[in-house]
Design a protein around this ligand. Structure first.
Ligand code: C5P
Length: 195
């Protein structure tokens, strides 16, 4: 049985960093599911057709990490047919041995509701904006406004909105160093592996 770790939370909360670190620690495959929506948004044209035609190579295309690609992603992510077209790819990824880590918005609630570990990673808005602005060399206030917009769209859409699963463990990274956040995540995983 593969071991699945679902990591959800708002933009720039630290979930990608934690997911990559856990993947390296446990030798699990990692999928940043935001890239799927970013690739669909960046492709232009009919987003439903783009989602149905999406190939793994599309996830490596340049330009997917920009703020504009994030905004485009959150717009196409609100379309139920786009989300439906991406479910199988994510579930196949999650079924890999010995385990897989998926990070996104609806992993613990919709894609992998039976994941052995579910983390919901949060951080206060200002901290998230500081981190993302530094990453993208962008203006902090503008980044903050964009993150809030995106969170609002992601939390209020009708289909699988951003929400913690009832059995998710919250991890607030606001005052934690990266190493501390990773150590907490590892402790959660260890606790579930021992069950
Ligand atoms: O995580 P990232 O910032 O790359 O995600 C970009 C956008 O993709 C999010 O704002 C959200 O709208 C969408 N997304 C989603 N479900 C996921 C992952 C991302 O709706 N599992």
């Amino acid at each position: 049985m593969p071991f699945t770790i679902a990591i959800d939370g708002p933009a720039a909360s630290g979930k990608g960093t934690i997911a990559r670190a856990l993947a390296a620690h446990y030798g699990f495959a990692h999928l940043d599911t935001g890239l799927l929506y970013r690739a669909v948004g960046a492709r232009g044209g009919d987003p439903v057709a783009a989602a149905r035609a999406l190939e793994p190579a599309d996830l490596a295309r340049p330009g997917l990490r920009t703020a504009e690609a994030g905004i485009a992603a959150s717009i196409v992510a609100a379309i139920p047919e786009v989300r439906a077209a991406l479910v199988d790819f994510q579930r196949r990824f999650a079924a890999q041995e010995p385990g897989a880590i998926l990070d996104g918005r609806d992993i613990g609630t919709a894609i992998c509701p039976h994941a052995e570990v579910k983390l919901y990673v949060i951080a206060d808005d200002r901290t998230r904006a500081q981190r993302r602005a530094a990453e993208l060399d962008a203006d902090e206030d503008e980044t903050l406004a964009q993150l809030r917009d995106r969170d609002a769209r992601d939390s209020t859409r009708a289909t699988t909105p951003l929400r913690p699963a009832p059995d998710a463990v919250f991890l607030d990274t606001t005052t934690l160093t990266i190493d501390e956040a990773i150590a907490r995540a590892v402790a959660e995983v260890e606790a579930r592996m021992d069950d």
